[in-house]
Design a protein around this ligand. Structure first.
Ligand SMILES: Nc1ncnc2c1ncn2[C@@H]1O[C@H](COP(=O)(O)OP(=O)(O)OP(=O)(O)O)[C@@H](O)[C@H]1O
Ligand SMILES: [Mg+2]
Length: 492
C-alpha cells in the first residue's frame, strides 16, 4: 500500500487530503497520480467507489497556480448532482492551496453563475449543456486551461454528449493535458477518445471482475405485474439502511415513489424532469436519512457517492451492461459491502447473460420471498430494534409502567403486543403502477451493445432512455462501425 506522503505531493495538498481521512492511496490513485503530475494524457479505469475523483483531483490541484485568477482546469461531468459533488471534493482537496472551485450546471440561475465566474475560479466542474451556454454567451474563457478531465468519460462520449464535448474541447488550447476516467470503458468509445488525446496511456486497475467483489449480486425472476409486491417484501426482509431503486422511465420513478409512500415507506423520486431545487432537496434528504428509499432513473446511476447506501434494486433491468455496473456501484463504495438485486421478467432473461459477460461476474438467483417470510423479516427487524434500545437507551423512565403491565399480564403477552404494534403488517393499500413494456427481445446476442436516444443536460439530466427508445444491448450507434462479434474485454 502506498501512502500519500510517497506520491510527491505538496504539503498543503497532503494536509488537505489527510484531513479528508485518506491515509493510503487507492490503486487507481497510486498508479495515476505520478503520471498525471508529469502531464501525461491518461485513460483511467477502475471499479466504482475506488477514488477516481481524488485520482484526477489531487494532481489537478497540484498543477493550479493559486496566484492566477483564470480557469486553469476544467472537469466535465454528465449530471448536475455529480458536478456539484465533484466540485465539493475538489474544493476540499484544494483547500490547502486555497483554490477556488466553481460548479457550473443547468437549472441554476445563469446570472449568478456569471457573477461567480467573474471572481476568477481556477477550477470549474460543469455539465456539458451549461458549459456550452457560457461559451456561446462568452461569459467563460477557457484559453488558460491546461487540464481537461472527463469524469464518466464513456458516458460523456456517447451519442448524447459527444458534440458538446467536442465543442468545449475546441475552446481549450491543444497543448492541454486530457484525462478520462470511468469504471467502464467500452473499446469503441476508447478508440474514439484517443482521437483527441496525445498518446494516452491506459491505466486499468487489474481486477477479476468489473463490478466490486464486495457487492453481493442477485437476480429475481418476476412477472412485471408482481414486481411491486416482491419489492416491498424484499424491503421488509432486508431492511436496508439506505436503498436506491432504479426504474426505467421518469413516469415509472414517479409512480414507484408514490406507491411506496402510500405503503408507508419514506421514499422520494429523482429524475430529469424535476426542478433543480427539487432534485437537490431530494438528494439532501436521502443523504441525511430523512428519506431512506431513493427512487431514480439513470440520472443517479453514475458517480454519486452517498455513504450508507446498503442496497440497490434494479426494479427494471438496466438498458445496457454499463448502466448495470454504475447503478449497483452506488453501494459497496470505499471498501464497504453492499447488496444489489435485479428484477428480470421472463421475457428479458437473455439480458442477464449480457450483463454477466460484461461484468465477468455471475448473479445469484434469489426466489421471491413469500408474505410469511416478509412478515418474519419485519419481526426480526423489530426484535433487533428492541434489543438495541435495551442496550443503548436509558429506560428508567419507562420501568414503572412496565412493572405495572407485567403485574396484570403474562410477560410474553406484553412483549407480543409490543412486537405487533411495531411490526408493519401486510399492507394492501391499492397502488397504481403502469406496466413497463419489456426490453425488445434479443435475437443477435453478439451485436454491439450501445445505443441511446436523445441528449442530456439541456433537458435536465441524462435519463434519456424514454420508453421505446433504443436499448444499448442490441443496436449499434449510428456513428460507429460495428466491430463484429467479439466480446468486450475488461482486463488488458
Ligand atoms: N485514498 C482514500 N482513502 C479513503 N477513502 C477514499 C480514498 N479515496 C477516495 N476515498 C473515498 O471513497 C469514496 C469513493 O470515491 P469516488 O467517488 O472518487 O469513487 P469513484 O471511483 O469515482 O466511483 P464511481 O465510479 O462510482 O464514480 C469517496 O467517499 C471518497 O471520499
Ligand atoms: Mg467517480
Amino acid at each position: 500500500m502506498i501512502k500519500f506522503e510517497e506520491l510527491g505531493i505538496s504539503q498543503p495538498t497532503l494536509k488537505a487530503v489527510l484531513k479528508m481521512g485518506f491515509e493510503e492511496a487507492t490503486p487507481i490513485q497510486a498508479e495515476t497520480i505520478p503520471l498525471s503530475m508529469q502531464n501525461k494524457d491518461l485513460i483511467g479505469q477502475a471499479q466504482t467507489g475506488t477514488g477516481k475523483t481524488a485520482a484526477f483531483g489531487i494532481p489537478l490541484v497540484e498543477k493550479i497556480d493559486p496566484s492566477i485568477h483564470a480557469i486553469q482546469g476544467i472537469i466535465i461531468a454528465p449530471t448536475r448532482e455529480l458536478a456539484i459533488q465533484v466540485s465539493e471534493e475538489l474544493y476540499k482537496i484544494g483547500s490547502g492551496k486555497r483554490i477556488q472551485v466553481l460548479p457550473i450546471y443547468g437549472g441554476q440561475d445563469i446570472s449568478r453563475q456569471i457573477r461567480s465566474l467573474k471572481k476568477g475560479p481556477q477550477i470549474i466542474v460543469g455539465t456539458p449543456g451549461r458549459l456550452i451556454d457560457h461559451i456561446n454567451r462568452k461569459t467563460m474563457r477557457l484559453d488558460s486551461v491546461h487540464t481537461a478531465i472527463l469524469d464518466e468519460a464513456d458516458e460523456m462520449l456517447n451519442m448524447g454528449f459527444i458534440e458538446d464535448i467536442e465543442a468545449i474541447l475546441a475552446q481549450i488550447p491543444t497543448e492541454r493535458q486530457t484525462l478520462l476516467f470511468s469504471a467502464t470503458m467500452p473499446a469503441p468509445i476508447q478508440r474514439m477518445a484517443e482521437k483527441f488525446m496525445k498518446n494516452p496511456q491506459v491505466i486499468r486497475v487489474k481486477a477479476k471482475e468489473m463490478t466490486v467483489p464486495s457487492i453481493e449480486q442477485y437476480y429475481v425472476e418476476v412477472q412485471e405485474k408482481n414486481k411491486f409486491d416482491v419489492l416491498t417484501r424484499l424491503l421488509d426482509i432486508q431492511s436496508p439502511e439506505l436503498a436506491i431503486i432504479f426504474g426505467r422511465t421518469k413516469r415509472r420513478v414517479d409512480e414507484l415513489a408514490e406507491a411506496l409512500t402510500l405503503r408507508g415507506y419514506t421514499a422520494e423520486g429523482i429524475h430529469g424532469d424535476l426542478t433543480q431545487a427539487k432534485r437537490i432537496s431530494v438528494l439532501r434528504k436521502f443523504k441525511e436519512g430523512s428519506i431512506d428509499v431513493l427512487v431514480a432513473t439513470d440520472v443517479a446511476a453514475r458517480g454519486l457517492d452517498i455513504s450508507g447506501v446498503t442496497h440497490v434494486y434494479n426494479f427494471d433491468i438496466p438498458q445496457d451492461p454499463e448502466s448495470y455496473v454504475h447503478r449497483i456501484g452506488r453501494t459497496g463504495r470505499a471498501g464497504k459491502t453492499g447488496v444489489a438485486l435485479t428484477f428480470v421478467t421472463p421475457r428479458e432473461r437473455s439480458y442477464l447473460g449480457v450483463v454477466e459477460r460484461t461484468t465477468k461476474r455471475k448473479m445469484e438467483r434469489m426466489t421471491p420471498p413469500t408474505l410469511d417470510e416478509a412478515l418474519e423479516g419485519q419481526q426480526k427487524a423489530v426484535v433487533e430494534r428492541i434489543e438495541q434500545t435495551i442496550e443503548t437507551n436509558n429506560l428508567q423512565y419507562y420501568k414503572a409502567a412496565a412493572t405495572e403491565l407485567l403485574e396484570k399480564h403474562d410477560a410474553s403477552a406484553v412483549v407480543a403486543a409490543v412486537l405487533k404494534m411495531l411490526t408493519k403488517e401486510p399492507d394492501t393499500t391499492p397502488v397504481k403502477l403502469t406496466e413497463e413494456s419489456p426490453l425488445p427481445q434479443r435475437r443477435d446476442r453478439d451485436r454491439k451493445p450501445f445505443n441511446r436516444g436523445g441528449r442530456g443536460d439541456s433537458k435536465g439530466g441524462y435519463d434519456r432512455r424514454k420508453k421505446g427508445s433504443g436499448s444499448r444491448y442490441g443496436e449499434k450507434r449510428p456513428y460507429e462501425k460495428r466491430t463484429g462479434g467479439k466480446p468486450r474485454s475488461f482486463s488488458k
